[in-house]
Design a protein around this ligand. Structure first.
Ligand SMILES: [Zn+2]
Length: 112
């Protein structure tokens, strides 16, 4: 009985719930990030949180940094580029067509 009350006592008035219960906002600060395209974004963080070094630009998706003069460079490896996109980059369309015809010719030969 006494132990149960003690546990309940520690829960009330501690932790992040307190802000919501009292209808108050936790202190916030906004940090400005710039991307390589010159977009600025100002996400707000709780005061006790250390803002991340990089932030994704909501307009173009590039990484944005806190230094307006030296925004982070575009990442060289673009993760969403498909294998086909890489192949197309390396070969011209004409090359691709030639390779396709060659492969078809070889197939026909094999069939006799
Ligand atoms: Zn941007």
């Amino acid at each position: 009985m006494a132990a149960g009350n003690a546990i309940r006592g520690t829960r009330v008035g501690s932790g992040p719930m307190r802000w919501a219960e009292r209808g108050e906002q936790a202190p916030r600060r906004s940090v400005t990030y710039w991307c390589a395209n010159g977009h600025a974004t100002q996400p707000a963080f709780a005061a006790e949180v250390t803002p991340p070094i990089l932030w994704d630009c909501p307009r173009c998706g590039l990484p944005a940094g806190q230094d307006a003069q030296q925004p982070p460079e575009r990442p060289r490896a673009e993760p969403y580029k498909s294998h086909l996109a890489y192949v197309k980059e390396r070969r011209t369309d004409a090359d691709g067509e030639a390779i396709l015809q060659e492969a078809l010719a070889r197939l026909r030969q094999r069939r006799g």
